[in-house]
Design a protein around this ligand. Structure first.
Ligand code: MEV
Length: 322
């Protein structure tokens, strides 16, 4: 047996705008670690996971990207019958990049099974291809964050910039429990931009400016109130781009009512997860509890910015499990 793992990602700001060349800040989300085991079997290639169990041939459409990636790896490394078992506490499609993380962990496990190594560049190419099939027109931010496992400043077709945040900040992330409709949200933003560029293009530019402001703050001496206000502004713009929904807005409202300094959706939107900024650990507990009471499927307290490897699992914990 061989194993491979990958960490999901959390976009702090810049989602959707990043598809159109604006920057995004994305960090590894250590609460969601996906592990894959590859085990020798007798006959056909099989898949086992919380979202699908069965033969590789019959995989549902939403896993087509992963299926094609597995086929291409096995064609390259050796067509052996294997069972691919994905162990994940996080359901796929919650705006946390779990599809990129699932692909990455599978690719790593398959390479390990065949005793081969894979470079980050090669892995990125495989995961990007799989993501393109799953999401249509992805910017690549999910794949890069997952493969590198580092907080990053991402601009499409530009050199990646790893980020180092000056101070520790507390975030509370909550899951609406509703699968995020990233594909349709991304394609609808594209349609709005095409139909009415005068109205929608400035919103994209403004989202880019928010990422620039938040980066400056995080890299210097962060003014948390200012970052929170920028996050609220981003949420408002994302609402105008039609990628928010009532399930997210309910959690955002509850976080703000309970003292969060700012809150917004994270990832594709239309379901999925929200992220809020809080002043300290006790505020984080209060907001996470309120989100839980209001019906969040899950809430996590998460910190970034310890100086070296931001968002490590020692400094973050899951608030509750189901
Ligand atoms: C999804 O995690 C982030 C989006 O910006 C899409 C993308 O960048 O590919 C919504």
């Amino acid at each position: 047996m061989a194993t491979g793992s990958a960490t999901a990602k959390l976009i702090l700001c810049g989602e959707h705008a990043v598809v159109y060349g604006e920057p995004a800040i994305s960090v590894p989300f250590t609460q969601a670690v996906i592990q894959t085991e590859v085990i020798q079997t007798e006959k056909e290639i099989k898949f086992s996971s919380a979202f699908y169990t069965g033969g590789l041939k019959n995989m549902p459409d939403f896993l087509e990207g992963i299926k094609q990636m597995v086929v291409s790896i096995l064609t390259k490394l050796g067509d052996a019958p294997v069972l691919i078992r994905v162990l994940s506490e996080v359901p796929i499609g919650r705006g946390l990049g779990s599809s990129a993380a699932v692909s990455t962990s599978i690719a790593r496990a398959l390479y390990a099974y065949f005793g081969k190594t894979i470079s980050d560049d090669e892995l990125l190419e495989l995961v990007n291809r799989s993501e393109k099939i799953a999401h249509g027109n992805p910017s690549g931010v999910d794949a890069v964050t997952v493969v590198t496992g580092k907080p990053i400043w991402f601009e499409k077709n530009k050199t990646l910039e790893p980020l180092h945040f000056k101070k520790k900040i507390y975030l509370v992330v909550a899951d609406t429990g509703i699968p995020s409709e990233t594909r349709s949200a991304v394609s609808d933003v594209g349609r709005l931009l095409k139909e009415n560029p005068n109205k929608y293009r400035p919103l994209i530019t403004e989202l880019g400016n928010i990422s620039r402001e938040i980066r400056t703050q995080l890299e210097t001496n962060p003014d948390l109130k200012l970052i929170g206000a920028e996050m609220n502004k981003a949420q408002n713009l994302l609402e105008q781009l039609t990628v928010s929904d009532t399930s997210l807005e309910k959690l955002i409202r509850v976080a703000l009512e309970n003292g969060a300094l700012g809150a917004k959706l994270t990832g594709g939107g239309r379901g999925g997860c929200m992220v809020s900024l809080v002043a300290n650990a006790s505020q984080a507990e209060k907001v996470a509890e309120a989100l839980q009471i209001t019906g969040a499927a899950e809430a996590w307290i998460f910190t970034i910015g310890e100086g070296n490897h931001e968002s490590n699992s020692d400094s973050s914990h899951e608030y509750s499990t189901h």
